[in-house]
Design a protein. Sequence first.
Length: 163
Amino acid sequence: MIRTILHYPDKRLREIGKKIEEISPELQVLIDDMAETMYAAPGVGLAATQVGHALQLFIVDIAEEDKPSDLRVFINPQIVERQGKVSWQEGCLSFPGVQENIDRAEKVKVRAQDRDGNGFELEADGLLAVAIQHECDHLQGVLMIDHMGPLKKRLTHRKLTKG
């Protein structure tokens, strides 16, 4: 089922995701719905907070359009290492039509659980590292606009709040 993606300035985007204690059938349904929603949008990542669930959960699939999907599920993720610096043009499903260069770590190491609750550690760079950092931000109530300078922030806010 395709879920509604919350758009800035919806206050629910600022909620901090709660730790997931149990891998339940309801959680599996949410993960499947989030994947369907992300692919339909289309996007490369989606956090549970973006569909109105304040949980420590996000999904990412950076596979190119002509390649098989590579859906990755991150439950209770923690970035444990950051290296280097890169500026990447990012978009966000909660900020329709907005593209902005955002400074991020070039490489990250993340610890999380997969959709079955198995722990894993992943080292990532490039688009995957950027997507992981972007989605981890969402789980802390931090949005793309928070990484922009004052002028860009004001222009983006104005663009997305005028009715």
